[in-house]
Write a protein that binds this ligand. Structure first.
Ligand SMILES: *[C@@H]1O[C@H](CO)[C@@H](O)[C@H](O)[C@H]1NC(C)=O
Ligand SMILES: [Ca+2]
Ligand SMILES: [Ca+2]
Ligand SMILES: [Ca+2]
Length: 145
């Protein structure tokens, strides 16, 4: 579970195929630790840009649906369906490119109290609700809950 880095991303290092995202709060917190790059206890817009850079394989500053889902599919095939659903959420104007305004919008959604930084609690609330919302796409959705 501690290998599940990203967020906004699911950067999953080797050996985490078939990972169970439960318990969601623990998964979300381990993602937070991995995305809070300077470890100051807050996730910032800068850190969000850094997180998405890994998907921008042609380095044009935009993340296409293909770039995002291909990356996830390569590293965590079991999360392929989830990656499409998450991309739909990120791509607010549905032009199949994540640009500055999409990142800003996503950040604002996560930053519930609008102080321009996402606390661990805000992060956890966002991600736990995403995992619940898309439970049917990452398996185990029929079990309990
Ligand atoms: C996760 O949630 C469970 C159930 O509410 C709780 O017992 C546990 O302490 C939480 N873990 C963390 C790391 O917050
Ligand atoms: Ca930080
Ligand atoms: Ca790109
Ligand atoms: Ca905040």
């Amino acid at each position: 579970m501690q290998y599940l880095a990203a967020i906004v991303a699911f950067i999953c290092w080797q050996g985490c195929q078939g990972i169970d995202l439960r318990p969601y709060n623990v998964t979300a917190l381990s993602m937070f630790v991995n995305n809070d790059l300077n470890q100051d206890g807050f996730f910032t817009l800068d850190e969000m840009h850094s997180s998405f850079t890994i998907y921008d394989t042609d380095h044009d500053g935009r993340v296409t649906r293909h770039e995002y889902t291909s990356y996830v599919n390569l590293h965590t095939p079991t999360l392929h369906d989830l990656s499409h659903a998450l991309y739909d959420d990120y791509d607010v104007d549905h032009d199949h490119h994540l640009d500055e305004h999409d990142f800003q919008n996503l950040f604002n959604v996560m930053d519930a109290d609008k102080d321009n930084r996402v606390s661990a609690l805000e992060w956890e609330q966002y991600w736990v609700s995403q995992f619940i919302k898309y439970e049917h796409l990452h398996g185990h959705g029929h079990m309990g809950g």
